[in-house]
Ligand binder design. Structure first.
Ligand SMILES: Cc1cc2nc3c(=O)[nH]c(=O)nc-3n(C[C@H](O)[C@H](O)[C@H](O)COP(=O)(O)OP(=O)(O)OC[C@H]3O[C@@H](n4cnc5c(N)ncnc54)[C@H](O)[C@@H]3O)c2cc1C
Length: 503
């Protein structure tokens, strides 16, 4: 990521581009006597909190710099799908868990707010994976705990596993990593300086600009076959990854599939104490009035402003309204009505179990024969997507995380586990069901100032992609709001041509 001094850039722009300055807050006079504009954000996840953070950063010296920001969260805690649970006395991530080493907004949030990076524990990092086809493990790699522990064993185990993987999947593995690298490389364009990076008012344009759009037009399976990956690799390893990360098969769209594959490499990390703290810090440092337990039930455009009403009977008047939650399963009435493509969410049931797996279920004699991560092939008869060990208290007492597409019933858990002392279940409306070709809702839901961050979730749903979408929405608000202000003010100078000027 490139870091540029904002002051140096402003000076440079002032020298180089006087016409652009005509569109900046410096010359667009927003009457100081008028009440400050109000920006209302529905949702306190990483998307909504990023909008607030970048809005504060980008609206310096614009008419929005005095803006009041109100944020509404239906729950009593912030963070949305970033949430920890306390289970058996330990804290675990229950939603968004892992971050990629090149998730640069998340990195920046952690550094900026003195949060601590948490690296995976040895059990989480263990390379031991078993691919279960419903009857047997079709492939297993070694973990370090499988062999006597010496400091150099990690390296040896990793080399043996590389060899093992190569013997099964051959050069397709190299083609897979170059496919992932290319996709990540394209995504990095979203961190380029604001001077060279346009503001996007629709998802399609945003994806086309970075070269990622075509990946949303085909399935992951089609894309990987085009990239000459062997069907064996796609149907095994890649399928395991998409089932773990998105609960979906390789028939999902190529872009979301590629993002999930990027999330299975090395260098993954999370935030010590919980990823939700990124949202909490962004909110705390953005001078926001936060309304917890305030569920918005209607958003009405009433001429020159929006009225947001909550289920508590409260009413809020806003100049700008931002929806930072997927609209697919929430009941918000819009007036006038808005039109967005129908989208279904993939439900992921996350079940935490303390106890010990039943080796007999997997045709094994001892639980020590089972890998810490059991991934599965795409077969409707297999009742779970993955099972992983989170913590090992003893050889016969562990904390596990299980992902299933349907509720993990007691009878299923009783088959899977020979001992089960504690169980916790969460049903997430987790992410969109990805299709190809993908269709996108607009970022701007009306002709005014109603914005939708989660339109970007059809590209890929991750903490970072939602921060990237939030940043773009913040720029879009500043640019469109200032264009509006300047055209309605007595100052008739025009920014011209409908382009969004970056302020
Ligand atoms: C099980 C699971 C595992 C995941 N794993 C990863 C991972 O490893 N890495 C990764 O990067 N991503 C992962 N993700 C995806 C990631 O968590 C999400 O993409 C991201 O957190 C979405 O953020 P958001 O702000 O867009 O939405 P949300 O976090 O859903 O925030 C929306 C907020 O709006 C609130 N809200 C909704 N309706 C209203 C209303 N009417 N009024 C007021 N408030 C309202 C909600 O309560 C919520 O707090 C995972 C998600 C799940 C569910």
């Amino acid at each position: 990521m490139n870091f540029f001094s904002p002051i140096a850039i402003s000076l440079l722009l002032a020298l180089l581009s006087p016409s652009l300055l005509l569109c900046s807050g410096d010359s667009t006079t927003v009457d100081d006597e008028s009440p400050p504009p109000t920006v209302c954000i529905v949702g306190s996840g990483i998307g909504g909190s990023s909008v607030a953070h970048f809005l504060r950063n980008y609206s310096v010296s614009t008419g929005l710099d005095r803006a009041r920001i109100l944020m509404f969260e239906r729950h009593e805690i912030v963070g949305g799908r970033m949430r920890t649970v306390t289970f058996s006395g330990d804290k675990f991530e229950a939603g968004g868990s892992i971050l990629h080493p090149k998730n640069y907004h998340a990195r920046d949030f952690v550094e900026r707010f003195n949060l601590t990076v948490r690296l995976p524990t040895s059990i989480e990092e263990s390379t031991a994976l078993g691919i279960w086809d419903g009857k047997r493990f079709v492939f297993k790699t070694f973990g370090c705990s499988d062999v006597i522990k010496f400091p150099f064993m990690d390296k040896i185990v990793s080399l043996v596993n590389d060899l093992y993987l190569f013997l099964r999947y051959g050069f397709s593995l190299l083609r897979m990593s170059s496919f992932i690298e290319n996709t990540v490389g394209n995504f990095l364009k979203y961190y380029e300086s604001r001077e060279s990076r346009p503001i996007f008012d629709n998802v399609e344009a945003m994806l086309k600009w970075s070269g990622l759009y075509n990946l949303t037009k085909v399935t992951l399976q089609e894309k990987l076959s085009e990239a000459q990956l062997s069907p064996l690799l796609v149907n095994e390893l890649v399928t395991v990854i998409t089932r773990i990360n998105y609960g979906q098969s390789v028939l999902m769209s190529g872009l979301a599939g590629a993002v999930s594959m990027a999330g299975s490499g090395g260098g993954l990390w999370s935030v010590e104490g919980g990823n939700w703290q990124m949202a909490a810090k962004l909110i705390n440092h953005s001078d926001i009035t936060l309304h917890l337990n305030e569920q918005i039930e209607s958003v009405s455009h009433l001429g020159s402003y929006y009225e947001l009403n909550s289920t508590k009977g409260n009413s809020f008047k806003c100049d700008v309204a931002v929806v930072a939650t997927p609209l697919d399963e929430v009941d918000i009435q819009f007036s006038p009505v808005i039109s967005i493509p129908k989208r279904k969410l993939q439900h992921t049931h996350t079940t935490f179990v303390r106890g010990v797996l039943n080796p007999g279920y997997f045709g094994m004699k001892s639980v020590s024969d089972l890998p810490p991560l059991v991934g599965t092939l795409e077969d409707p008869l297999i009742p779970f997507s993955s099972i992983s060990i989170l913590r090992k208290y003893s050889e016969t007492d562990m904390a596990y995380k299980i992902f299933t597409r349907q509720l993990a019933t007691d009878s299923l858990l009783d088959e899977l586990f020979s001992v089960r002392t504690e169980t916790l279940r969460i049903d997430w409306g987790a992410y969109p069901k990805y299709h190809a070709p993908e269709v996108f809702a607009p970022f701007v839901l009306d002709d005014h100032h109603l914005y939708y961050v989660n339109a970007f979730e059809n590209a890929a749903s991750t903490m970072e992609t939602m921060a990237v979408a939030g940043e773009n929405i913040a720029r879009l608000i500043v640019s469109r709001f200032m264009t509006n202000e300047s055209s309605t003010s007595s100052d008739t100078r025009s920014c011209g041509s409908g382009l969004h000027s970056d302020l």
